[in-house]
Design a binder for this molecule. Structure first.
Ligand code: NAD
Length: 435
């Protein structure tokens, strides 16, 4: 068992720390956000992630998991330091490495024994080498530093499950010894390990996210064509997916991808290519298609009503996907901003994400405590996030509570046959209109 430090206690860092302690390692998690650390020490999460809190408390009680905001304390006994800080998007689309560079300096100043520095954050190709350079530039102790790229593939909403059941663990290293230690650390997860060089490991993460984003934009383009030619994209996706070369996953038409990864990682990869004078046309189109897709429901509603000024519209679901409170780059933000710009009145509901949404959404939005209140007296409902609670909400209630029941469903939550049983005008993605 190893002494491990994790820098950054966001979705990736905290889940990694908790899971590594669960399989027996001694883990100390470090964050510069003192409020966060205070809460975590008290066994409270500052994010919503299913099953995380229970597992965290268990491992705090076992004495294998602790928290600090002091890097010196966090690094003093650590044989391995994982970097899991944010790499947000800069205005030009490239990745902002400020936090990563700060951590490299902190490691240089405070690491006191030979250490393997493992980058979990998603970083442009070459960043791990830059981390090593910075550490050597500021290093105060006479210690050996090894660098490993270990990109993260967990999904918010099922992060614990993904950590224990991932498809692969990618380890990019320049030294076999460091790669073997990281492989051993992960052994109890019993997940296949793929070892490669550092630059390829960094690229695997971007290429994977870009490919998944491409699948989404592809099926969304097919959905638009289906609407024009009278086909049903759900049936098309099933028929396509039965070809094992294609597969059924990530062929769900909808209002596009959001969240803290796909939008920023596709933009970053486009920039990485651009910096090498290569224009990644395909990826640019994937991004453009997604940007258009995210506000498709507004376009559909405008076409239906002619104008949206004065219309009352309920937006159901604010998180970028179900089972998370994360609203970074969520379609809800783009939709609501456009609805308000068009002069519509907006009510909104989400089972978990309202607190985070209130911080970024315009003050005109009225947040409601349940679906019934959100849809009451509205002219249209937009289904933006397919939370179970939203899907299971009885369709007859829309008939009872709305002025005239009109639903724009961005996630194809209902079968057309089910919808036909109700006097509801129903617009979905890539399927015929029901009215
Ligand atoms: P996040 O924004 O939720 O958390 C980052 C944390 O790092 C914050 O708590 C912040 O206070 C802390 N931090 C920043 N600088 C610090 C420093 N110098 N020392 C200590 N703590 C510091 O980020 P996230 O969503 O967990 O993502 C982290 C990285 O992992 C990103 O590169 C992201 O692209 C990647 N990633 C994210 C996901 C995901 O689903 N969220 C999945 C795979 C990969």
């Amino acid at each position: 068992m190893r002494n491990v430090a994790i820098v950054g206690t966001g979705y990736v860092g905290l889940v990694t720390g908790v899971c590594l302690s669960e399989i027996g390692h001694n883990v100390i998690c470090i964050d510069i956000d003192q409020e966060k650390v205070k809460k975590l020490k008290a066994g409270k999460l500052s994010i919503f992630e299913p099953n995380l809190e229970e597992l965290m408390i268990t491992n705090i009680e076992r004495g294998r998991l602790s928290f600090t905001s002091d890097h010196a304390e966090g690094f003093k006994d650590s044989e391995v330091i994982y970097i899991a800080v944010g790499t947000p998007q800069k205005t030009d689309g490239s990745a902002d490495l400020t936090h990563i560079e700060q951590v490299a300096v902190q490691i240089a100043l405070h690491a006191k024994r030979d250490v393997i520095v493992v980058t979990k954050s998603t970083v442009p190709v070459g960043t791990n080498e830059r981390i090593k350079e910075i550490i050597h530039e500021y290093l105060v102790s006479d210690i050996k530093i090894d660098i490993v790229s270990n990109p993260e593939f967990l999904r918010e909403g099922s992060a614990i499950h993904d950590t224990f059941n991932g498809d692969r663990i990618v380890i990019g290293a320049e030294c076999e010894h460091a790669a073997t230690i990281i492989e051993e650390i992960n052994k109890p997860f019993q997940i296949p390990v793929y070892k490669t060089d550092i630059r390829s490991a960094e690229m695997i993460k971007y290429a994977s996210n870009a490919f998944l984003a491409t699948k989404i934009s592809f099926i969304n383009e097919i959905a638009t064509i289906c609407e024009h030619v009278g086909a049903n994209v759900e049936d098309v996706a099933i028929g396509m997916g039965q070809d094992s070369r294609i597969g059924t996953k990530f062929l769900k038409a909808g209002i596009g991808y959001g969240g803290s990864c796909f939008p920023k990682d596709t933009n970053a990869l486009y920039q990485i290519a651009g910096h090498k004078d290569y224009s990644f046309h395909l990826l640019k189109t994937v991004i453009d298609v997604n940007n258009k897709q995210q506000t498709l429901l507004v376009d559909k509603a405008k076409k239906r009503f002619g104008f949206l000024k004065g219309k009352k519209i309920a937006v159901l679901g604010l998180a970028f996907k179900p089972n998370t409170d994360d609203i970074r780059e969520a379609a809800s933000i783009f939709i609501i901003n456009r609805l308000i710009a068009e002069g519509a009145g907006v009510t909104a509901y989400d089972p978990i994400a309202v607190k985070k949404a209130e911080r970024v959404l315009r003050p005109e939005v009225q947040f409601m405590s349940n679906i019934e209140k959100a849809i009451h007296g509205t002219d249209a409902v937009f289904i933006v996030t397919e939370w179970r609670e939203i899907i299971d909400f009885p369709l007859k209630k829309y008939v009872e509570l709305m002025n005239r029941p009109i639903i724009f469903d961005g996630r194809n939550c209902y079968s057309l046959n089910e919808m036909k049983k109700f006097p509801i005008e129903y617009y979905s993605i890539g399927r015929p209109i029901i009215n």
